[in-house]
Design a protein around this ligand. Structure first.
Ligand SMILES: O=P(O)(O)OC[C@H]1O[C@H](OP(=O)(O)OP(=O)(O)O)[C@H](O)[C@@H]1O
Ligand SMILES: NC(=O)CC[C@H](N)C(=O)O
Ligand code: SF4
Ligand SMILES: [Mg+2]
Length: 500
């Protein structure tokens, strides 16, 4: 999924970006980087400096001396969760920065392009040399090839040619550019504060608004789907950046999975509170639930799988009580906070080890009870399978697993790393005759007394509506209805990587 952050007209751009990336850590745990722009008055040009590395933000930027070497007025940063190009390859760490005929360019990307292989082949045939194997590097190459003079127009020209999901922050000489694909698949927000000394604006761009909160920055609005926003010296005085627009798409395709799992609940995503939508998902799940408290239990014991399903579990409990099905939220699973997100971890074995070391059970809460376990999603099934085995060790009376999203049956090509059906748990049961039989087989496999997924309609009813739009969300991994065509013939993430 990746986290992107940008800042313009700050006295401490590297530090601001560090804190922004730190709060966006949940969007990518593989690598992090910052590129800072400093205007050199003597040379009349902008100099870029960077620091990048594999691992978490706090590890990559552990040494405070790094920040002394990154002075400037603007910066962009990136947390990587790889979707195209090997995870472990250092050449894929973003932001990418390069020098070309119009000066300096640096780019950070959240999303995934669906025609990058086709474009890469064309560019390679024209003699372009690629340093990385990720899709993102295509964009600066296309911009550099553009006949336009202004970097923002070169970027526009490049973005007309790429397809797929992109939320971008770009440094172009001394300017900051933010852009979002016309479908609006990934989020991107604009924030602002005022410099108390000059009255000038300080602009911020981030994947999620939680990055603004940590810096006491006001959320202004979202970068619109298809918008290319230019922030420069003039806009800091006027407090108004300039916008260009890519041709609109017929429909919008905001990733509904951002609401289900990915984003932090304290963020506004697509202009709406993730917390509120996640509570709605839990509420609708309670309405669809068929589990009644067993005779000798006064309450259902509802246990969330921390952290991502905590909010849905709260919504579930509240609604259950409203509809006279007494329920009580309990901490039955404790999470080790030093283990990050497991689903976005590359590699099966490392995901399994992480799940096992991540959770432990509180026996007293679970023993001899009827337990409703709430999780937000089942993707590969690693978490559910291992967790239920763990919960069984506490001898609960019954385990009912409730999922606050529909079954994931199709790959994502727009920025989540499950590019083939074979990676999904549902694939194991693809030959079942209908939905009920499929759910029953999954129930048996996971080893629970009952399994309930929220319906697709229940999911859509939980998410906000956008006026004058025929379709607002991408639900492709749940439905197979892909809003953006997949031009590339292969989904091999490491196609262009050499053995390391
Ligand atoms: O079926 P799987 O492939 O295991 O993936 C789904 C699980 O992964 C996610 O949690 P994760 O641990 O990544 O993040 P969290 O700590 O934010 O809940 C999600 O909330 C599910 O629990
Ligand atoms: N998840 C993402 O947003 C990934 C960005 C980019 N496609 C990469 O693989 O580096
Ligand atoms: S396929 Fe699923 S995860 Fe991917 S963008 Fe669409 S809704 Fe989001
Ligand atoms: Mg989770």
């Amino acid at each position: 999924m990746c986290g992107v952050f940008g800042v313009y007209n700050s006295k401490t751009p590297a530090e601001d970006t560090f804190y922004g990336l730190y709060s966006l850590q949940h969007r990518g745990q593989e690598a992090a980087g910052i590129v800072v722009a400093e205007y050199d008055e003597n040379k009349h040009k902008t100099i870029y400096r960077q620091h990048k590395g594999m691992g978490l933000v706090a590890e990559v930027f552990k040494d405070p001396a790094i920040f002394k070497k990154l002075p400037g007025h603007a910066a962009i940063g990136h947390n990587r969760y790889s979707t195209t190009g090997a995870s472990k390859s250092t050449s894929n760490i973003q932001p990418f920065s390069l020098t070309y005929r119009s000066g300096n360019l640096a780019i950070a990307h959240n999303g995934n392009l669906t025609n990058s292989r086709t474009l890469r082949k064309e560019l390679t045939e024209r003699g372009i040399i690629f340093q990385a194997s990720s899709d993102t590097e295509i964009i600066p190459h296309l911009a550099a090839l553009s006949k336009e003079k202004e970097p923002v127009h070169q970027i526009y020209h490049a973005l007309r040619q790429v397809k797929g999901a992109f939320s971008l922050v770009i440094l172009a000489n001394d300017q900051l550019i933010a852009a979002r694909d016309p479908y609006g698949v990934r989020p991107l927000a604009l924030g602002k504060t005022t410099d108390p000394d000059t009255g000038d604006a300080i602009f911020y761009v981030a994947s999620e608004t939680c990055a603004f909160d940590i810096l006491s920055v006001d959320y202004v609005r979202d970068i619109e789907p298809g918008e290319i926003l230019l922030i420069d010296k003039t806009s800091i005085r006027t407090h108004k950046p300039i916008s260009l627009y890519l041709p609109p798409s017929k429909r919008k395709a905001r990733c509904i999975f951002e609401y289900v799992y990915f984003a932090r609940p304290d963020s506004l995503v697509f202009t709406h509170s993730v917390d509120k939508i996640r509570r709605n998902l839990g509420k609708n799940l309670a309405r669809e639930s068929m589990v009644e408290p067993s005779n000798d239990d006064k309450h259902q014991i509802v246990v969330s799988v921390p952290d991502s399903s905590n909010t849905a579990a709260l919504g579930f409990v509240r609604e259950s009580n409203k509809i006279c099905r007494p329920a009580r939220f309990e901490h039955g699973l404790i999470r080790n906070h030093y283990v990050g997100r497991t689903f976005i971890q590359p590699g099966k074995q490392s995901r399994e080890i992480k799940v096992r070391s991540k959770y432990n059970i509180i026996r007293g809460v679970l023993q001899d009870r009827q337990i409703v376990v709430i999780d937000d999603s089942i993707v590969r099934g690693t978490t559910a399978k291992m967790l239920i085995k763990l919960i069984r060790e506490a001898n609960p009376k019954e385990i009912h697993l409730h999922i606050s999203s529909a079954p994931i049956t199709n790959p994502c090509f727009y920025g989540m790393d499950f590019p083939t059906k074979g990676q999904l748990l549902t694939y194991l049961f693809a030959d079942t005759k209908d939905h009920d039989e499929e759910v029953e087989k999954i129930r048996e496999y996971i080893g629970v007394d009952s399994l309930k997924y929220l319906s697709l309609q229940g999911m859509l009813n939980s998410a906000p509506r956008f006026e004058n739009e025929t379709q607002s969300y991408c639900t492709a991994c749940f439905t197979g209805d892909y809003p953006i065509s997949m031009d590339d013939a292969t989904t091999d993430k490491e196609e262009y990587d050499n053995e390391e």
